[in-house]
Design a protein around this ligand. Structure first.
Ligand code: NAD
Ligand code: UDP
Length: 337
């Protein structure tokens, strides 16, 4: 029996492949490589010394998904596949709704056909919108501010409704906070297409001289140092959370939304300081105007993950920065030679 990872060649999927293979699971990946490269999976095999079975297909393609489920014995699915760029989702909302919702419906219908009843879904803290307080518990009010976020919100609802209707189904909705870092081997990491939006890829570009300086969006927020605060989580800790979620899904039915974060908030300036301390490399930066839509501060309440999944983060902010830099230094052009 195998675990199917949709979008398994991507940033979080590839790190989860490693943790699953190390934990003794067999892994099957389906990815259309719209935002990733097959090379990531070859490197997963190098790190683990184990084989990954990979299919190049769109999860929206019903016939292709049927063929995969017919060939492989899939005991559970981790559903990473999706488009994830907030700005692009505002410009191209239909593309986001089509890809993210259609892939989920096609996947779940195929699971139903083949009697596969366990799914772990990549949701996001973005479903909390602008949280009223931190640490944010799973019971916090939900609401989104962009089409990407709404796709996560809607998919959560679709999967919850499925679990409510079919009593032997198990759904775990993992709400990630801010994933950063890379595998300590430096072989796999985040490899964004085009100009990145997120903080860490921009820190790396400034540190490597690819851009002149990091733009820090806003220095006058009501936070300890005036810059925004987020809950950054090392991608290896996050990946291990999926292994725990799979075990939980095997032992429980119904649906649960669970935060995956550290429970600690760090500011943009904290990240810069940690990066410089842990790598010895300077990050030139300038404080600019605020980015529209940014929430000043939020971080997770991770108690539910500790209680239900017996999962705790282990890595520090310095680990996140050091490992990000190691991947960037070894792979200045990402997975391209
Ligand atoms: P990623 O883009 O690196 O990985 C997503 C993978 O899905 C890619 O390999 C892409 O090629 C694939 N994909 C997309 N649409 C597909 C389709 N229709 N058929 C087949 N493959 C498809 O992103 P990631 O950072 O690894 O994120 C994984 C999941 O976690 C996404 O659903 C994302 O929305 C969610 N998430 C990510 C973050 C983050 O900051 N990275 C935060 C919260 C939630
Ligand atoms: N940020 C920044 N400069 C950048 C990118 C991001 O100052 O080039 C800030 C951003 O304003 C936010 C934090 O870093 O406060 C995290 O941003 P990111 O886009 O990574 O995550 P999100 O906003 O989705 O939490």
């Amino acid at each position: 029996m195998s675990i199917l990872l949709t979008g398994g060649a991507g940033y979080i999927g590839s790190h989860t492949c490693v943790e699953l293979l190390n934990a003794g699971y067999d892994v099957v990946v389906v990815d259309n490589y719209v935002n990733s490269q097959p090379e990531a999976l070859r490197r997963v095999e190098t790190i683990t010394g184990k084989k990954v079975t990979a299919y190049e297909a769109d999860v929206c393609d019903k016939a292709a998904m049927d063929a995969i489920f017919a060939k492989e014995k899939i005991e559970a699915v981790i559903h990473f596949a999706g488009l994830k760029a907030v700005g692009e989702s505002v410009a191209e909302p239909l593309m986001y709704y089509r890809n993210n919702l259609d892939s989920t419906l096609t996947l779940v219908e195929t699971m139903v056909k083949y009697g596969c009843k366990r799914i772990v879904f990549s949701s996001s803290a973005t479903v909390y919108g602008a949280p009223d307080f931190s640490p944010v518990p799973e019971t916090a009010r939900l609401g989104c501010s962009n089409p990407y976020g709404w796709t996560k919100y809607m998919i959560e609802q679709i999967l919850r409704d499925w679990a409510a209707a079919q009593k032997d189904v198990s759904v775990v909705l993992l709400r990630y906070f801010n994933p950063v870092g890379a595998h300590p081997s430096g072989l796999i990491g985040e490899n964004p297409n085009g100009r990145p939006n997120n903080l860490m890829p921009n820190v790396l570009n400034a540190a490597s001289g690819k851009v002149k300086e990091l733009k820090v969006f806003g220095g006058d927020y009501d936070t300890p140092d005036g810059t925004c605060v987020r809950d950054y989580i090392h991608v290896v800790d996050l990946a291990k959370g999926h292994v725990c979620a799979l075990k939980y899904a095997a032992e429980h039915t119904g649906s649960e939304a669970i935060n995956l974060g550290t429970g600690v908030g760090y500011s943009v300036l904290d990240i810069i300081n940690s990066f410089e301390r842990s790598t010895g490399v300077k990050v030139p930066y300038v404080i600019t105007e605020r980015r529209p839509g940014d929430v000043p501060s939020y971080y997770a309440n991770p108690e539910k993950a500790a209680k239900l999944l017996n999962w705790h983060t282990e890595k520090t902010l310095d680990d996140m920065c050091r490992d990000s830099w190691a991947f960037k230094s070894k792979n200045p052009n990402g997975y391209e030679a």
